[in-house]
Design a protein around this ligand. Structure first.
Ligand code: ME8
Length: 525
């Protein structure tokens, strides 16, 4: 049976268009999915939109829609989100909307089960609420009446509501997190969650009286209330995980990718909700860091955002994808600047990767009439043979290294790209040190054959290795190398995993006609 891999992104609030923070999560998950698909795994990639709650209701009114017309408002924003994901080449399998009828039914089923178990009761909520974060806070947490998360003013709420008995599960959750070290990643986030749990866990207010806020899913046991938006939203992972909605082979999720701002919801509320209804736990909740503008979090409601579509139009989709994944280690924060993007573009993509392809193919055209040469069997000269062996040693380690970076809950995407670029850098250095032009002057064609056979092999391996991250570029490389068909379909899984033949070397088909095209990444001046 094929190995399955079910991964999710947060479902984003559709109160404004996405910025590069959202693009970041999408691109990281997309790269990981593409890698798993190349390994032959059966992947299910779920993304979507979070459409209920006060924040959306407010945005709808602000955009000029009447009360009751929220669905029309969210429809416009959802279609913008889908357009942006298309421009970023995001290969999701399903886009769940919390206004979907099926989702509503699953949410109500969850609530019914919890109520039957006596995990839901009625009481009075008297505390603080942050509308931009859609989050409740206690008196001790709400220092100066400001949201501890976003530092904006809180609203005081005192009303009759329904509560979820989270406190009952506190000890269970602490034990679960301690017993499952890969449940919350990176490690330092796990400690944060355990620290939060130490403070004691309050029951969670999970309803809103309709007379105050009606844009939500009705409670199945009280028509005067709608469900708190987070309770509704988290259940998307259970309602949207199968295209046909008929089989549960993907459950539980292998990976919930989120950012650190919503860690508590995913590492505390969500597992307790699942425990309450008797469902299996997700394997890993991974919280990445924030993209900031200066020292402030980039945020839709603050409006201090960088627009991914404008960046794609200016620099190309793979330049943005590459930058997002290479600029910061997944898990840490980073400051966005267009200068940094241009810097990484020129250095890695134009000077190193694009240039390696271009100069290699130029030489294949010049010395071998564009036909890939065969490497000579006997060493041409000891120095050159040594250089060639050095390059081979770097190349054969590449796929195993990428596997170590990507098939771990540590998820080292930046480090995987560094591995690829290190091989590209070595190949460029190999050209400088081997100086094929000198061999040309000496008419030593065998030496040039060796150099170019090596370089073509590096480029073949590099194209495969970079396909999850920069898929369009990888395919363009493949085509310029003269390799036929779709790169992903041509990939040999055993080669990727190194299981049968760990020696990925000299697989480039000799005699292939290369066809140099436009530079992959023209230098930005
Ligand atoms: O929280 N840096 O939706 P949301 C990095 N609807 N990532 C960022 C980011 C930034 N500056 N800003 C946003 C919600 N993100 C809920 C989720 S899930 C059941 C419900 C990304 O629109 C990051 O993935 O505020 C973060 O977790 C998510 O967008 C929050 O999106």
């Amino acid at each position: 049976m094929k190995e399955k891999f079910y991964i999710t992104t947060p479902i984003y609030y559709v109160n404004a268009d996405p910025h590069i923070g959202h693009a970041y999560t999408q691109v990281a998950v997309d790269a990981l999915c593409r890698y798993h698909r190349m390994l032959g795994h059966e992947v299910f990639f779920l993304t979507g939109s979070d459409e209920h709650g006060e924040k959306i209701e407010e945005a709808s009114l602000k955009a000029g829609f009447q009360k009751g017309e929220e669905k029309r408002f969210v429809d416009t924003i959802v279609s913008n989100f889908k357009d942006v994901w298309k421009k970023l080449d995001i290969s999701y399998d399903n886009f769940i909307r919390t206004t979907d009828a099926r989702h509503k039914k699953v949410v109500q089923d969850f609530l019914r089960k919890m109520k039957e178990k006596d995990d839901i009761y009625q009481g009075e909520y008297n505390g603080w609420f942050c509308t931009p974060c859609e989050t409740f806070w206690t008196d001790t947490q709400a220092e100066d009446e400001l949201c501890p998360e976003c530092k904006r003013p809180l609203e005081r709420l005192k009303e009759k509501n329904y509560f979820f008995r989270m406190s009952k599960y506190q000890k269970w959750l602490v034990d679960y997190i301690n017993d499952n070290p890969e449940f919350v990643m990176p490690d330092f986030r796990k400690n944060e969650v355990l620290g939060f749990l130490k403070e004691g866990l309050n029951d969670l207010c999970i309803s809103r009286p309709k007379e105050r806020m009606s844009w939500g899913i009705e409670l199945p046991f009280d028509e005067d209330y709608v469900v708190y938006v987070w309770f509704d939203a988290l259940i998307n992972y259970a309602s949207g995980f199968n295209k046909e909605h008929s089989s549960d082979k993907f459950w539980p999720a292998d990976f919930h990718m989120i950012a650190k701002d919503i860690l508590r919801h995913h590492a505390v509320y969500w597992p307790i909700m699942l425990k309450s209804v008797g469902m299996e736990m997700p394997k890993t909740v991974f919280a990445h860091g924030w993209w900031k503008m200066g020292d402030q979090k980039m945020s839709k409601s603050r409006g201090n955002v960088a627009n991914p579509v404008e960046l794609v139009e200016k620099y190309g989709v793979d330049a943005l994808r590459y930058f997002l994944l290479k600029a910061i280690s997944l898990g840490l924060d980073g400051s966005f600047s267009e200068d940094a993007l241009v810097g990484i573009y020129n250095c890695d993509l134009a000077n190193d990767l694009g240039n390696l392809l271009n100069r290699t193919l130029t030489m294949v055209e010049k010395y071998f009439d564009a036909e890939a040469p065969e490497a000579p069997e006997d060493p041409v000269d000891p120095e050159q043979a040594k250089r060639s062996d050095g390059l081979r040693d770097a190349v054969i380690k590449l796929f195993p290294r990428i596997k170590e970076c990507l098939l771990t809950p540590k998820l080292l995407t930046k480090e995987a790209l560094e591995e690829i670029m290190s091989v590209v850098g070595k190949a460029n250095k190999y050209i400088e040190e081997s100086a094929p032009w000198k061999y040309a002057k000496e008419d030593n064609i065998e030496a040039i054959k060796l150099i170019l056979a090596d370089l073509l092999e590096v480029l073949r391996v590099t194209a495969i290795a970079s396909a999850p991250f920069i898929p369009l570029t990888a395919q363009k490389m493949w085509e310029q190398l003269g390799l036929s068909g779709n790169l992903v379909e041509a990939v040999n899984v055993e080669e990727l995993t190194g299981e049968k033949d760990p020696l990925n070397w000299r697989k480039f088909p000799q005699g292939t006609k290369v066809s140099k095209g436009d530079p992959l990444f023209p230098r930005i001046l």
